[in-house]
Unconditional design. Sequence first.
Length: 411
Amino acid sequence: MNRLLESFCKYVRVDTMAVEGSTTYPSSPGQLVLGRMLADELQAMGAQSVEQTPEGIVFATIPASEGAVSPVIAWIAHVDTSPETSGHGVHPVVHALYSGDDIFYPAVPGLVLRASKDPELARLRGSTIITSDGTTLLGADDKAGVAVIMEAARRLLENPTLPRPTIRICFTCDEEIGRGTDHVDLAKLGARVGYTLDGGGTGEIDSATFSADLAIVKVRGINIHPSIAKGRMVNAVRLAGIFIDRLPRQLLSPETTSEDQGFLHPYRIDGGVEETRIQILLRDFRTEALAEQARFLREVARHLELEFPGAHIDVETRAQYRNMADGLMCEPRAVSLAEMATRRAGVAPRVTRVRGGTDGSRFTEKGLPCPNLSCGEHNPHSPLEWTCLEEMDAACRVLLELAACWADVRG
């Protein structure tokens, strides 16, 4: 596990924070830097067909064990980190033999990871916990997945007799801003099924995700000098505040929903008196519910236009990803073999529905059945993000067993 820990800490130190609104792909140069590092390591460990595309996507192949004629599978993770918390200058802090107490961050007095509020942390007494120093996120989402895939690849290549089908490795860019699959050619990937390593804790197999749209609300007002504004100004900033206030808070907000309940989540607002933009996440397990949420937003906009003459409010929606559950029905072995592999690795499997989405959601929508597997992520997108080395190692074992399970498949 020392090698796994060293690799993970090396990867998180590379700044790969995605940049929302960027016109380049990938959106940040650090993603190309980490991709080149991974390609070099894959080449050195003996992987075949190693390539980093001009868009930064890294491909590699682990050849099948002798005699295997099984379908090709893919292991997938993304190299970028969330733009919601800085990923510049990550300093990983290793807490060996975790005591079970609260964890204090050396660079940010007052920032505390409290075991009493984090039951997943509390049960890992004696394990190795990794955090940042508190000034950034850690980047376990998804560099834990990257490290797990790299270590599992090393173990297979060091032990060529271990049973496995041909395995394709794929590292994507800009997953955190919804562009992770944009430049992945599925024909080039050449897999029957894929597995994203981008999940929380240990033993989880995500077989369903939210469906997701993004709503962009443009509130247009009338700007004029405030000294002569009476009866003439229509303040788009004020109207945007009213618009947000009219969104339901007790039924359709992430703060008040759980399990199968969807939500509307305003997460960004910018602009001025003449025009203000609001970005709102639309989420539900039922894809058809997204249209209902969009209709609700347009109804709020229509009422505000009637109340405030001169205001114009447009609501545009953009598709982001869809629930992977429907696409997985065409290849049920993707989940059943993941369950078998998890048990064989000594971990209790839990087939879950995730209140979010992964590259696997979009891969599945495009025709590659792609459940998402645990890799030790906790508190993603936050300075309180952490991971557990033993959980990452368990994810490596699951991948090795998954390879063995698929090696027995014919057709």
